[in-house]
Design a protein around this ligand. Structure first.
Ligand code: PLP
Length: 424
């Protein structure tokens, strides 16, 4: 019995998170045994260039020797105490300073971060409704597993079985980059909306950059209406630059959610904001939130070390952006050369290659037109050339400090070959 077969008997679908099952690319998953630098090694000893980066956390590449050495020491100091520790204070200072916030609460995943930030927004405003945008992903808590229904604003549908209609009745779904859709909802529910949550750069429908006017108008309008603006920066935080991407636009959200990178590869999430709001959390305030392993010392120390390296080496961001631009130009050229329909969307170091014919890509409505079968063929051709892309069209390409121009150029050449081979 092969590993996948065995896994499927023991774990639903053989995986602990659905995208890993490779269903979108119509093949069996690759099981990884180890990783080093920019490479993943599967259980059969094959080596792949990793463009998944564990979906973001491995921004410095896998298995940096200095971090491994430090981690060994951390193991000696203790794994978890269930009591406050000094590293939590140090990490809180690091994160708040980097993000221009005053307070932060640590949790164990991005899902927890957004779920808790929304509870806080509701508790703080005394309002119940929230706005999210179609195609933005904020983890798998009940009230966020929603898509817009046909027709009316109030008729949304859960995207998962097991989510009661009553749980999502306060979730309003708008179109990304479309302020009219937000204004319409605000008119319909005056004074009832607690928060608007979004990925400031959408990364979970493939990379869809925001229209700056959309963001600034959204900021103004939410401020006027007393609605909290929540930036879900579980991907963008510490990836576009050190801290929040909102610096790029000279903008401030009310609450920020982080995850992925800030745990340095261990399970961490966080949400942050001003004292005035954050002090509504228990034990000071009346919004309950807790976690046995929250602020886990090992995770805090690994996160602290990764963030410190990023803070002290800003050239890493420039390097990733340069590599992304190189990849963008190279892939775009290969699309043209091979007459393959597709487009690259990029914001600094975040990018996606969408297959299909597009006028523009601004929202979920637009990305829905992507040719997922073409992506599946492309993915397989790339895999055969030792390149592991995200096993789904609607994901980004994740770069790390361990990537370099040589790997990018190899990837571009491989993409050209893949595009030719896909026609057959
Ligand atoms: C990954 C992700 C989440 C969920 O984080 P988990 O750690 O998987 O729970 C939330 N928001 C965004 C934008 C993400 O990319």
């Amino acid at each position: 019995m092969n590993l996948y077969e065995k896994a499927r008997g023991l774990i639903p679908g053989g995986v602990n998170s659905p995208v890993r099952a490779f269903r979108s690319v119509d093949m069996d998953p690759v099981f990884i045994r180890s990783a080093k630098g920019p490479y993943l090694y599967d259980v059969n000893g094959n080596r792949y260039i990793d463009y998944i980066d564990s979906w973001g956390p491995m921004i410095l590449g896998h298995g940096r020797e200095d971090l491994i050495e430090k981690a060994k020491g951390y193991l000696e100091e203790g794994l978890t105490f269930g009591l406050p520790s000094d590293i939590e204070v140090e990490m809180a200072e690091l994160v708040t300073k980097a993000t221009g916030t005053q307070m932060v609460r640590m949790v164990n995943s991005g899902t927890e971060a957004t779920m808790s930030a929304i509870r806080l927004a509701r508790g703080y405003t005394g309002r119940e409704k929230l706005i999210k945008f179609e195609g933005c992903y904020h983890g798998h808590s009940d009230s966020l597993l929603v898509k817009s229904g046909s027709g009316t604003l109030t008729f949304n549908a859960p995207t998962s079985a097991g989510v009661p209609m009553d749980t999502i009745k306060h979730t309003l779904v708008c179109e990304y980059n479309n302020m009219d859709s937000v204004r319409e909802v605000l008119r319909e529910f005056p004074g009832q909306i607690a928060c608007v949550i979004l990925e400031p750069i959408a990364g979970n429908m493939g990379v869809v950059p925001p229209d700056i006017h959309f963001l600034t108008e959204l900021r103004e309008l939410t401020r006027e209406e007393g609605i909290l603006l929540i930036f879900d920066e579980v991907i963008t935080g510490f990836r576009i630059g050190y801290g929040s991407v909102s610096k790029d636009w000279n903008m401030e959200a009310d609450l920020y959610c982080f995850g992925k990178i800030i745990g340095g590869g261990l399970p961490v999430g966080a949400f942050a904001g001003p004292r005035e709001i954050m002090n509504h959390l228990s034990p000071v305030g009346d919004v309950y939130q807790a976690g046995t392993l929250s602020g886990n010392p090992l995770a805090m120390k690994m996160g602290r070390d990764v963030l410190t390296i990023l803070r002290d080496n800003p050239q890493i961001y420039q390097k990733m952006e340069d590599l992304a631009e190189r990849l963008d130009r190279g892939l775009t050229a290969k699309l043209e050369e091979t007459k393959t329909p597709g487009v690259v969307k990029r914001y600094r170091s975040m990018l996606s290659l969408f297959f299909g014919e597009f006028e523009d890509i601004r929202s979920y409505e637009d990305v829905k037109g992507a040719d997922t079968q073409m992506y599946a063929r492309y993915f397989k051709e790339m895999l055969a050339q030792g390149i592991l892309l995200a096993p789904a069209q609607f994901e980004g390409i994740f770069l790390s400090d361990a990537h370099n121009e040589e790997l990018i150029d190899y990837t571009i050449e491989a993409a050209g070959k893949a595009m030719l081979a896909m026609r057959k």
